[in-house]
Ligand binder design. Structure first.
Ligand SMILES: NC(=O)C1=CN([C@@H]2O[C@H](COP(=O)(O)OP(=O)(O)OC[C@H]3O[C@@H](n4cnc5c(N)ncnc54)[C@H](OP(=O)(O)O)[C@@H]3O)[C@@H](O)[C@H]2O)C=CC1
Ligand SMILES: Nc1nc(=O)c2c([nH]1)NC[C@@H]1CN(c3ccc(C(=O)N[C@@H](CCC(=O)O)C(=O)O)cc3)C=[N+]21
Length: 262
């Protein structure tokens, strides 16, 4: 029998799964073009640059709102995604409420981050029904919607957040772990139940002088350690990220179809 240290988790190739889904989306977009002469258009609104916040022109809340109104009125835009978090001087809730309801869909209904996680599980043949799922994080864009999606898929869901006591033992009870805390490599191999499915949503930059850029992207899970214990795991990069972007495109396609067929 193989010793535990020989174990290697199945790597869920988010990039490959995303590519398959993207080609399905492209086919549908071509059909829309033939039928209506239009392709789905999505606007991604990014305010500032978190890496170098000194260098961007400071945009006021009013300027951002007027930009969103412009996009709401643009007939070629079927979805608007505002990257969060916004700078502190801008009220997030107020700004998001200014996006027209039909157009906010690609980002929030149904949640691309959650849907991406769900699709990665289902396309990897991992069943959710009756499983213990632990979601780490409770934000409006990831933790909370992912939890609801898993609940709808009949998992028993526990949410771990920054005030939770004994995170390690709660996480150790999980058959499915969705890590979305934004804390570089906080989940260690020993926290993972052998055979569990690990979906790592977190993306943090950590300094790495051996990289050309000087940094590298890591998830919330200690990938090396986790590979020795988990049954399945998504890497960072090439795991959840490409799927999130794909789900934004898919939701936008659905939104475009609805708007064009009206
Ligand atoms: N790959 C992808 O496609 C995507 C990646 N992301 C990434 O996912 C991460 C999370 O994003 P987002 O939800 O927007 O982030 P937020 O900062 O809005 O939320 C983080 C959540 O994690 C919780 N948390 C923070 N630290 C800990 C800790 N030590 N233990 C347990 N829980 C903790 C917070 O708890 P509390 O509520 O108590 O503060 C909060 O609920 C980020 O790294 C982000 O970049 C996000 C979207 C898509
Ligand atoms: N309203 C909102 N929705 C979001 O979904 C949202 C957000 N705000 N704010 C920022 C975070 C972060 N996030 C990522 C999406 C894709 C990758 C991604 O595709 N990453 C590539 C690697 C990219 C690289 O190498 O730099 C990968 O994982 O393979 C990463 C991070 C979405 N977020």
């Amino acid at each position: 029998m193989a010793s535990p240290s020989d174990h290697k988790a199945t790597i869920i190739d988010g990039k490959a799964i995303a590519q398959t889904v993207r080609s399905e989306i492209a086919d549908e977009a071509r059909q829309l073009l033939e039928k209506y002469g239009k392709v789905p258009g999505v606007a991604v609104v990014i305010v500032g640059d978190r890496k170098d916040s000194q260098n961007y022109k400071r945009i006021s809340e009013a300027e951002l709102v007027s930009k969103l109104h412009e996009l709401n009125a643009n007939p070629d835009i079927h979805g608007i995604a505002v990257q969060l978090p916004l700078p502190k001087h801008i009220n997030e809730e107020k700004v998001l409420s200014e996006i027209s309801l039909e157009r906010i869909e690609p980002l929030f209904v149904p949640c691309p981050q959650g849907n991406g996680c769900w699709k990665l599980l289902s396309r990897s043949g991992i069943s959710i029904k009756g499983k213990n799922a632990v979601v780490v994080g409770r934000s409006n864009i990831v933790g909370l919607p992912v939890s609801l999606l898993l609940l709808k898929a009949d998992a028993t869901v526990t949410i771990v957040h920054s005030r939770s006591g004994d995170q390690e033992s709660t996480i150790h009870g999980a058959d499915i772990i969705i890590a979305a805390a934004g804390q570089a490599m906080m989940i260690k191999g020993s926290w993972i139940k052998p055979g569990a499915a690990v979906i790592d949503v977190g993306t943090s930059d950590v300094d790495d002088p051996s990289e050309k850029s000087g940094y590298r992207l890591v998830g919330d899970v200690d990938f090396e350690e986790a590979c020795k214990v988990a049954g399945w795991i998504t890497p960072v990069p090439d795991g959840v990220g490409p799927m999130t972007v794909t789900m934004v495109l898919m939701n936008n396609l659905d939104g475009a179809k609805r708007l064009l067929m009206q």
